[in-house]
Design a protein around this ligand. Structure first.
Ligand code: 6GU
Length: 299
């Protein structure tokens, strides 16, 4: 899997050379490149942001710099960002491009990559192992839908992921809109209901969730099968214990020492259901009834 990350702090991603992610890169399973957005600026100050149109606090990331950067990393032909005079509609801007700049007008055609996109954008569970052969462009955004294990599973089959990290008050909304209009698979995700200073940490979180699901990434692939949030009946995981059987007067539940696999599985399943009902009732409410077995209903 090829991974490009664009950020004004590319050094953030040096940690990707450590641990399992580092090993996966050494094995050639992953190729991660962090790029500095300022490399695509042309002014002396290398500025990437500007004040919000319509007013408000903070700064917004400019579309022109992102446009040049993403065109290059996606292998799309460069568009010319001519600035219309105030009051001129976007349509006449396109006309100006066509008459004044035949090269960029011609490129507008070839820039289009037609990727089939399903009606609701999310594949059925059965399609999750399908290769995503076209690049996926991902923007972390605290105002976007939540990133879930389902998204991680789907994206673990992608060939090329490109992350664009916003800073300040965010990025100009036309950036994702434009790449969608060019047929690119564009996603925006939040990692939780809190606000971070920028997308870098969110990208690190998403990348770890995605890459560990890649075939060959984990030493023991069984360890990802029984985890929380996986499968049809996404439940929190049961508690785990190791030896000794008693530690500081606290004993491991007896049934786990019984050697009876049927009983152990039942105990763990009941515990997972009880913990989920207590801690995350929303997950129980969202549970597909078909994911419950007969014994679940008795308890
Ligand atoms: Cl994806 N970005 C930022 N800046 N803050 C967040 C987030 C993303 N997800 C939760 N908070």
């Amino acid at each position: 899997m090829k991974i490009d990350i664009v950020s004004v702090f590319p050094e953030y991603f040096e940690v990707m050379n450590l641990s399992l992610m580092g090993k996966a890169q050494a094995k050639g399973l992953l190729e991660i490149k962090a790029h500095n957005l300022r490399d695509w600026t042309h002014d002396v100050h290398h500025s990437v942001d500007d004040t919000p149109v319509g007013g408000g606090a903070g700064m917004v990331m400019k579309p022109e710099v992102w446009g040049e950067c993403l065109d290059e990393l996606l292998g799309l032909s460069q568009q010319s960002d001519s600035v219309p005079a105030p009051g001129i509609a976007a349509d006449s801007d396109a006309d100006t491009n066509q008459s004044d700049d035949p090269v960029s007008a011609a490129n507008t055609q070839s820039a289009s990559v037609n990727v089939p996109v399903s009606s609701d954008g999310s594949p059925a569970e059965s399609d999750m192992s399908a290769q995503l052969s076209a690049p996926v462009l991902i923007f972390p955004n605290p105002s976007a839908p939540l990133f879930t294990q389902r998204d991680a599973t789907e994206l673990s089959h992608a060939k090329h992921l490109l992350f664009g990290c916003g800073r300040y008050e965010g990025y100009d909304a036309r950036i994702p809109d434009y790449y969608r209009s060019q047929g690119i698979d564009v996603r925006e995700y939040s990692i939780g209901d809190y606000v971070l200073n920028g997308g870098e940490v969110a990208v690190s979180v998403m990348l770890e969730a995605i890459t560990r699901l890649m075939p060959g990434f984990m030493g023991n692939p069984d360890s990802i099968v029984e985890e929380s949030y996986t499968g049809e009946g996404a439940l929190l995981e049961h508690h785990q214990y190791t030896k000794p059987a008693v530690w500081r007067d606290i004993a491991v539940p007896n049934v786990l020492l019984s050697g009876d696999h049927g009983k152990v599985n039942r105990y763990r399943r009941d515990e997972a259901l009880a913990r989920t009902a207590e801690i995350r009732p929303d997950l129980i409410a969202a549970l597909d009834c078909k994911a419950l077995d007969k014994a679940d209903r008795k308890t």
